[in-house]
Write a protein that binds this ligand. Structure first.
Ligand SMILES: [Zn+2]
Ligand SMILES: [Zn+2]
Length: 217
């Protein structure tokens, strides 16, 4: 079991995170807290670049996906910096990795907690199609307060890894011009075909066209 002193999420940070996220809900603060706990376990600061990598297990089009936005705000692992990896498993775990050392922490809200949440008015109303920003603050605010103040042990399970299997991919600073559409494409995403570079859609188009010619013969 990991021992750590938990960073208290300030009103200021919560407000900034809510401004970024766009509405008030309990899932985003849960991600914010999970992110801080993972950083507290590892004893690391918010990432400015690639010092940290976050793997999130939430998928698409399901409840509580907002969790990821909290993780981004807390850890500094973002889509743009390429250090936020979404492994869509339909689960709510965050694994925070420090690539330099290979150390990692996995923080996940427990089964009990998440299944209790699904029975709350907030989620019942959301399931009925009410957008979060139209919900009565009286429904939402107590949930936010709860997710931020309840002892972490009642919400999260945590694991610490001395060496987490993670392959670092170097950043590609080169690009080529696609022989098909003429657009620029990063070399590691380009494909060489008959001595010319192609982006993936153009390559697929050529391959399909080639296939049709062969068949019509
Ligand atoms: Zn939300
Ligand atoms: Zn192209």
């Amino acid at each position: 079991m990991a021992s750590f002193v938990e960073t208290v999420i300030t009103e200021e940070e919560l407000k900034a995170a809510q401004a970024f996220h766009g509405h008030k809900c309990p899932a985003m603060p849960q991600g914010l807290r999970a992110g801080h706990i993972a950083m507290d376990i590892l004893g690391v600061q918010r990432a400015r670049g690639g010092e940290l990598v976050a793997i999130v297990e939430t998928g698409y089009h399901h409840f509580s996906g907002c969790f990821v936005d909290g993780v981004m705000v807390a850890t500094g692992c973002t889509l743009g910096k390429g250090n936020l990896v979404q492994k869509p498993l339909g689960k709510f775990a965050l694994t925070l990795i420090e690539p330099k050392t290979g150390r990692a922490a996995r923080v996940t809200p427990g089964y009990e907690r998440m299944s209790q949440c699904l029975n709350m008015d907030f989620f019942t109303l959301r399931a009925q199609g009410v957008p979060p920003y139209e919900l009565d603050p009286a429904v939402v605010e107590p949930l936010i307060e709860d997710v931020l103040t309840r002892p972490w042990q009642e919400i999260f399970s945590v694991n610490k890894f001395a060496r987490y299997p993670f392959a670092r991919v170097p950043e590609d600073f080169s690009a080529v011009q696609c022989a098909g559409c003429g657009e620029l494409v990063v070399t590691s995403y380009a494909h060489k075909f008959q001595d010319q570079w192609y982006c993936e859609p153009c390559l697929n188009e050529m391959l399909h066209a080639g296939h049709r010619v062969t068949e019509s013969r």
